[in-house]
Design a protein. Structure first.
Ligand code: TYM
Length: 339
C-alpha cells in the first residue's frame, strides 16, 4: 500500500489545435477530478519540440501553448482550483528527466509503440528527444509524486513505464516508496476516439484529413457537416451492444455520443435501437454542437487577452515549482549530488 497523498497530474502537447479525442479522452475527466483531489495540469511545450512538425517557428509554439491553455480553461479547468502551467517554466522536469534517463533501460524504450508509430521507416532521422520522450513524461508525473494520471487509452504504455522507472529508482537507491507508482485514470466511453473517416485509426492532430476529426475550434456548421459525412455502414443501430462488433465506425459514433453525454454506451443503444444512422447522426451533431461551441467561444474570448493567459501560466509555474523543488532536492541528495 502506498503512503502517498492523492495528487493528479496530466498534460497535452501544444501541437495543432485540440480535437474531440483530447476532450473526451482526457480534458473532460480532468475537469471532474478537480473536485476530488488536488490537480496539476501542464502544457508540455518541451515535448512539442521533439518533432519537426511545424513548430520550428518560436512564435507558433508560444501561440499554440496559449491556445492549449485557453482550451483547458474553456473546457472547465479552473486555475483557482488546479495548478495550470507550461512545462518549460519548471526546470525540475528536465533535471529529473536526466536522472531517469540513467535509470530507464534502452530495452524499455525500444518497446514504446508510439515512437515506432511516429517514426515509421525513418527511425534514424528521429530526434534523440523523441526517443526519450516517454522518460520526460515520467519525470512530469514523478517530479510532483503524482499518484493519478488521467489520459486516453493511447498513453497506457507510457504510464506502465512510469511505474517501472519509479520502482527501479526506489530499489536502486534503496529508498522504498520514495516515488509512488502512478495509476492511469482511463475512464468513460471516449478513451479511444477514432477517426471519422476510418474506424481503425485513432482521431489525431496529425491526420491529413480535417474531416477525420472535430477540432475544439470548429464552428457549428463544420461540426454538423463532419458528423453527417462520417463513415458508417448501411445497417441501422443494433438493439444490444454486441451488435456493434466488427462495425468500427458505427461503434465510434455511439461511443462519442455516450462520452459527450457522460452515460454508458448501453443507454445510448437502448435509446436509438433500430434507428437509421442518418437520424442518429442528427442527434449526435446537435449534442456535439451544444457541447463544443461554447468552449470555442470561451477560447476566443480568452485568447483576446494573451497577457492574462501568460499571468495564469506564470502563477501556476510558481506553485508547481513550490511542490517540485523540495522533491528534487531530496532526489539530488539520494543520488549523491552535492549541492
Ligand atoms: P497528447 O498531446 O497526444 O494527447 C493529450 C491527451 O489526449 C488523449 N488523446 C485521446 N484520447 C482519446 N481518443 C483519442 N483519439 C485521443 N488522442 C489523444 C491522450 O491520451 C492524452 O491524454 N504524451 C502525452 C502528453 C504528456 C503527458 C505527460 C500526459 C506529456 N507528459 C504527463 C500525462 C502525464 C501526449 O502526447 O498526449
Amino acid at each position: 500500500m502506498t503512503t502517498h497523498p492523492q495528487l493528479v497530474l496530466s498534460g497535452m502537447q501544444p501541437t495543432n489545435v485540440l480535437h474531440l479525442g483530447n476532450y473526451l479522452g482526457a480534458l473532460k475527466n480532468w475537469v471532474k477530478l478537480q473536485d476530488e483531489m488536488p490537480c496539476l495540469y501542464c502544457v508540455v511545450d518541451m515535448h512539442a519540440i521533439t518533432q519537426d512538425t511545424g513548430y520550428r517557428h518560436p512564435k507558433e509554439l508560444a501561440a499554440a501553448t496559449r491556445e492549449v491553455t485557453a482550451a483547458y480553461i474553456a473546457s472547465g479547468v479552473d486555475p483557482k482550483k488546479s495548478v495550470l502551467f507550461n512545462q518549460s517554466r519548471v526546470p525540475e522536469h528536465a533535471e529529473l528527466a536526466w536522472i531517469f534517463n540513467c535509470v530507464a533501460r534502452l530495452g524499455w524504450l525500444g518497446r514504446m509503440t508510439q515512437f515506432k508509430e511516429k517514426t515509421g521507416k525513418h527511425k534514424e532521422r528521429a530526434s534523440v528527444g523523441l526517443y526519450t520522450y516517454p522518460v520526460l513524461q515520467v519525470a512530469d508525473i514523478l517530479v510532483y509524486k503524482a499518484t493519478h494520471v488521467p489520459v486516453g487509452e493511447d498513453q497506457r504504455q507510457h504510464l506502465e513505464l512510469s511505474r517501472d522507472i519509479a520502482q527501479k529508482f526506489n530499489s536502486d537507491y534503496d529508498t522504498p516508496d520514495f516515488f509512488p507508482l502512478p495509476e492511469p485514470v482511463i475512464m468513460g466511453a471516449g478513451t479511444r476516439v477514432m477517426s471519422l473517416r476510418d474506424g481503425t485509426k485513432k482521431m489525431s492532430k496529425s491526420d491529413e484529413s480535417d474531416y477525420s476529426r472535430i477540432n475544439l475550434t470548429d464552428d457549428a456548421d463544420t461540426i454538423s457537416q463532419k458528423i453527417r459525412k462520417a463513415r458508417t455502414d448501411p445497417n441501422p443501430l443494433p438493439d444490444f451492444e454486441k451488435g456493434l462488433e466488427g462495425r468500427a465506425e458505427a461503434e465510434n459514433l455511439v461511443n462519442i455520443y455516450a462520452a459527450l453525454l457522460g452515460k454508458p454506451k448501453s443507454e445510448v443503444i437502448a435509446a436509438f435501437a433500430g434507428k437509421q444512422f442518418s437520424e442518429f447522426k442528427n442527434a449526435l451533431a446537435d449534442l456535439a454542437v451544444t457541447t463544443l461551441t461554447p468552449i470555442a467561444a470561451e477560447m476566443r474570448r480568452l485568447l483576446a487577452d494573451p497577457a492574462e493567459i501568460d499571468l495564469i501560466l506564470q502563477a501556476g509555474a510558481e506553485k508547481a515549482r513550490g511542490i517540485a523543488g523540495p522533491i528534487m532536492a531530496d532526489v539530488k541528495r539520494i543520488v549523491g549530488f552535492v549541492a
